[in-house]
Ligand binder design. Structure first.
Ligand SMILES: Cc1cc2nc3c(=O)[nH]c(=O)nc-3n(C[C@H](O)[C@H](O)[C@H](O)COP(=O)(O)O)c2cc1C
Length: 200
C-alpha cells in the first residue's frame, strides 16, 4: 500500500557498508528517477553513480551529515553508504530557470527512494556539499552542475516517525539506543481551509 511505503521511506544515514547494491538494481532506480514529471519536459538531470570503494572513500569527506546532530560526525567507517548517486543538472538541456530542475529533482529522487525502499535499500539526500569540490574530485565537466547527492545502502539503523510536540521543535534526534526520531508536523496543523483566512 502506498501509505505504508511512503511512511517507511525515511532518511537513513547508517548502512551496512560492505553489502553492495547490485548494479542492475541501481540502474533500475535511476530508471525510476528518469520517469518522473519534468517542467517543460526538459529532463535536464543526469545521474553519476559511484560504487567503487576507493572513490567512495575520497567522496565521503565532501558531504555534511545531519546538521541537527552536532555531536554526531556522520556514519563511521563500516556504516557508510555503499553507493552514491550524484545528480547533475546538464546546462545544455536546461530550458527554464534552475528552480524548475530542482522541482524535477524532488520528484526524481522521491521515485528513486520509494523504489529503493521496496527493495530494502534506503538513502539520504545530501544538499550540503560544495559542487566545485565534488566536480573537481569526479572530473565532471563545466556544463554540469552537481545539485544533490543521494547516499544509498542497506540500513544499519532504526528510524521512527513521531509528531512534532507543543514546543514546535522539528529537529530529529537520536535516543540512547541510537534510534533516529523524525518529528513531523500534525496533519491538522498543515490543513488549511478558507475559514483560516476569513476576516474577523
Ligand atoms: C533537499 C534535501 C536536502 C537534504 N540535505 C541533507 C544533508 O545535506 N545532510 C543530511 O544529513 N540530510 C539531508 N537531508 C535529509 C533531511 O534531513 C531529512 O529528509 C529530514 O530530516 C526528514 O527526514 P525524512 O527524510 O526521514 O522524512 C536533505 C533532505 C532534502 C529533501
Amino acid at each position: 500500500m502506498i501509505d505504508n511505503l511512503v511512511r517507511r521511506t525515511r532518511t537513513v544515514r547508517r548502512f551496512e557498508e560492505d553489502k553492495p547494491i547490485r548494479q542492475e538494481l541501481l540502474n533500475q532506480l535511476i530508471d525510476l528517477a528518469r520517469l518522473g514529471g519534468s517542467a517543460r519536459n526538459a529532463q535536464s538531470l543526469k545521474y553519476l553513480v559511484i560504487t567503487e570503494r576507493e572513490v567512495r572513500e575520497r567522496f565521503f569527506p565532501l558531504l555534511a551529515w545531519a546538521g541537527y546532530l552536532p555531536h554526531w560526525p556522520g556514519p563511521e567507517a563500516g556504516e557508510r553508504p555503499s553507493a552514491y548517486v550524484v545528480c547533475l543538472l546538464d546546462s545544455t538541456l536546461q530550458k527554464g530557470p534552475e528552480t524548475e530542475a530542482h522541482f524535477d529533482l524532488g520528484i526524481a529522487s522521491q521515485n528513486l527512494l520509494l523504489g529503493a525502499a521496496v527493495e530494502g535499500v534506503f538513502g539520504c539526500r545530501i544538499g550540503a556539499f560544495s559542487a566545485d569540490k565534488v566536480q573537481r574530485l569526479l572530473n565532471v565537466p563545466e556544463r554540469y552542475k552537481a545539485i544533490l547527492v543521494i547516499a544509498l545502502g542497506y540500513p544499519a539503523e532504526k528510524v521512527v516517525l513521531e509528531e512534532v510536540g507543543e514546543d514546535g521543535d522539528i529537529r530529529y534526534w537520536h535516543d540512547e539506543q541510537g534510534v533516529h526520531h523524525v518529528p513531523k508536523r500534525k496533519l491538522a496543523d498543515l490543513l488549511l481551509g478558507p475559514s483560516d483566512f476569513a476576516e474577523n
